[in-house]
Structure formats: structure tokens, C-alpha cells
Design a protein. Structure first.
Length: 148
């Protein structure tokens, strides 16, 4: 088996799945949402599993797809599935507790740091509101926790 081709096929499937799942969604700047996971994936591009998790990191939380469906479509390794589970925020869990749980998983932690850095970039928004600045402060606290 050619492992490079297998890895490329899994990345292609993750990309296609993310594109289909986020079709019609836009971010806070009004840009096609798929640009966010693509940017996060570009920040972790030296690791196949990190790219796959980055492409899919918001899929379970923000679309109708389930983790089990992703396991079938890609397929995911156990490490990737565990990272995606950790990255899916259950609203009943306080935000910083959710982030603290991510810290213990190197794959999830790496993707979350890239995610937070991209989400903290207010240059993407023409006229940031006070709500945007408050959200960025929350993300800075999360980055501090992940970097500690």
C-alpha cells in the first residue's frame, strides 16, 4: 500500500466532507465558512491527522453530521476521532473547562490553538463590535490556558 496516497485520499475526503457540510454557511465577516477550516488546516499542514481534524473541527458542532458519520466517510483513526470529540463543545460545559480538556490531547490542542488564532483575527471583520472584542478576550484566555 502507498501510505502517501492513502493519506492524500483521507485528506481529500475530509476536505470534501467539510465543503459539503458547511455549504451555505458564512462566518461573522460574511465569508464562506469553509475558509475557516481551510485556514486552520494550513496552520497544521505538516501532519496528516492534524489537517484532517482541522478540516473537520467544527463539523459535528455546527452541521448535521455526526462523529459516527465522519468515521465512515473519511475513515478516521481513533486519535482523530478522540480529538474531534474533544473539539466539539457541549454547551452544558463551561467554555474554559472545555478548553482545559482539550489541553491533555496533543492533536486536539494543536488544532484548537490554530482555530483560536484564526478566530482572534479581527482584521477579517470590517467593523468589529464590542461583542467581537469580548469574544477575542475569551479566546485569549483559552490560548493562555492551552499554552500554560
Amino acid at each position: 500500500m502507498n501510505f502517501a496516497n492513502h493519506a492524500n485520499e483521507r485528506i481529500r475526503r475530509a476536505y470534501q466532507t467539510a465543503v459539503e457540510a458547511h455549504r451555505g454557511q458564512v462566518d461573522k465577516a460574511g465569508v464562506d465558512y469553509i475558509n475557516h477550516p481551510l485556514t486552520v488546516a494550513a496552520q497544521v499542514e505538516d501532519d496528516v491527522s492534524a489537517v484532517i481534524v482541522a478540516l473537520l473541527h467544527d463539523t459535528v458542532e455546527d452541521t448535521a453530521l455526526t462523529l459516527d458519520e465522519l468515521r465512515t466517510k473519511i475513515p478516521l483513526t481513533e486519535a482523530e476521532a478522540e480529538a474531534l470529540t474533544l473539539l466539539t463543545h457541549d454547551e452544558s460545559v463551561p467554555y474554559l473547562e472545555y478548553v482545559a480538556a482539550i489541553k491533555s490531547n496533543p492533536l486536539a490542542r494543536r488544532v484548537k490553538i490554530a482555530d483560536l488564532r484564526h478566530n482572534s483575527d479581527l482584521t477579517r471583520i470590517d467593523n468589529p463590535s464590542p461583542k467581537d472584542f469580548t469574544r477575542v478576550e475569551k479566546y485569549r484566555a483559552a490560548l493562555t490556558l492551552l499554552d500554560a
